[in-house]
Design a protein around this ligand. Sequence first.
Ligand code: AMP
Length: 509
Amino acid sequence: MNANLFERFERSCDDTTRTAITTPTGETVTYADLIALSGRLANVLVGRGVKPGDRVAVQVEKSIPALVLYLATVRAGAVYLPLNTAYTLAELEYFIGDAEPALVVCDLGKREGIARIAATIGGAVETLDARGAGSLMDAAAHSPDAFETVPRAGDDLAAILYTSGTTGRSKGAMLTHDNLVSNALTLKEVWRYTADDVLIHALPIYHTHGLFVASNVTLFSGASMIFLSKFDADEILGLMARATVLMGVPTFYVRLLQHPRLNREATAGMRLFVSGSAPLLAETHREWSARTGYAILERYGMTETNMNTSNPYDGDRVPGAVGLPLPGVSVRVTNPETGQELACDEIGMIEVKGPNVFKGYWRMPEKTASEFRPDGFFITGDLGKLDERGYVHILGRGKDLVITGGFNVYPKEIEDEIDAIPGVFESAVIGVPHKDFGEGVTAVVVRSKEASVDERTILSALDGRLAKFKLPKRVVFVDDLPRNTMGKVQKNVLRERFSDLYMAPARAS
Ligand code: AMP
């Protein structure tokens, strides 16, 4: 059997006259249109010399043709490699040099610079802009729809997604056809997706959340999606009357809550709000329930593993927890040093195993070997615990752990306490060099609008609630926390910014 993701998607389409994607500007494509355009684009790829197993690197704005290019690449047996639109030419040089794509598709504005880089590895270049125009679509207009989907085995590569690389070099996570299809079918099942669903798709499509979770689940359900080029609270609220599902990063929900029109009436036609890619504050979860009557469904995944856990569709969606392991996925928590499995409620390294877990890092066999246990579990790098009901709780990335005076401090525990203090909007706890303690626990706090909470108030509110060694040595205030495009707080930026907090004598605690 051909295990190509496209073949399995096409076989799952029982009514190709249904709408697959619409845009607010009036574009509408049916499943039949998608399949036909994917055939034309696959013919163009083959015409440009793309062979099965070759990489097709794509740095373009979000558009319907951009999504179809993903399907076409996979259909041609090649490996789709999406790149964040924010990457500069200097950064692209690394990705192109590392992945050696046979073809790079980019915006016209970057064509010249990219062509120079691609020439060094013998790669071709085509263009595709935000409106879906460019040399790629010009060539597709003269290509036939018919294309025989290239046979692939389940563990052949379908995509390579580079990790965001906030520590060290960005690594290419190799995802197979089976990884992507199994996760799409599992999520379809657990989130009760049907052909009647309409997803508001406001996420970028160069990241696992918008590309695989949102798009694959919709396509494998025969449902439809409204493609927005970016997040816009006003526009999303207006679309809720004709949609059923929203998938977002926590920032989406925080911003929607700031909108005066968010209420039960505006969300009445919706059935599901999903959040992931970064921690959702328990307070946001509770506020959302109070305003709309819906409990946000939080799930947890990563580039390397697709989705691992989800709060239940029926049953308790626990604020601050990322839910239960998905069917077929095993999650355990281990001692980071010994790898020994820990008991429930003990904090350690989260490890996962299942059909969703990637094949390894592109051209980094040693790195791959060091991130897997001999029994096949992947070491996620996330610290957390399993509670007695089996819910997974994430306490932060391992690299964000603060070690002060020899004690481990898990930032999330302190952040939760600080966030509950009146006048605090949000916080990030980091460790920065400290001459006595190695690292000093430091709280970076954003005040709520018009609040005047100060360092002393925060420190006295925490006193008695946390063990002494966990108490921040300093509390500093900022207007906003630095975040990447997926809403993750960039703690590395904060650590850099406050690196001399305890070193400069006048400010030492
Ligand atoms: P990425 O590979 O960019 O998708 O980032 C994956 C990382 O995001 C995970 O390893 C977690 O640290 C974090 N993450 C994803 N979902 C959640 C969530 N629901 N809560 C907390 N952290 C999350």
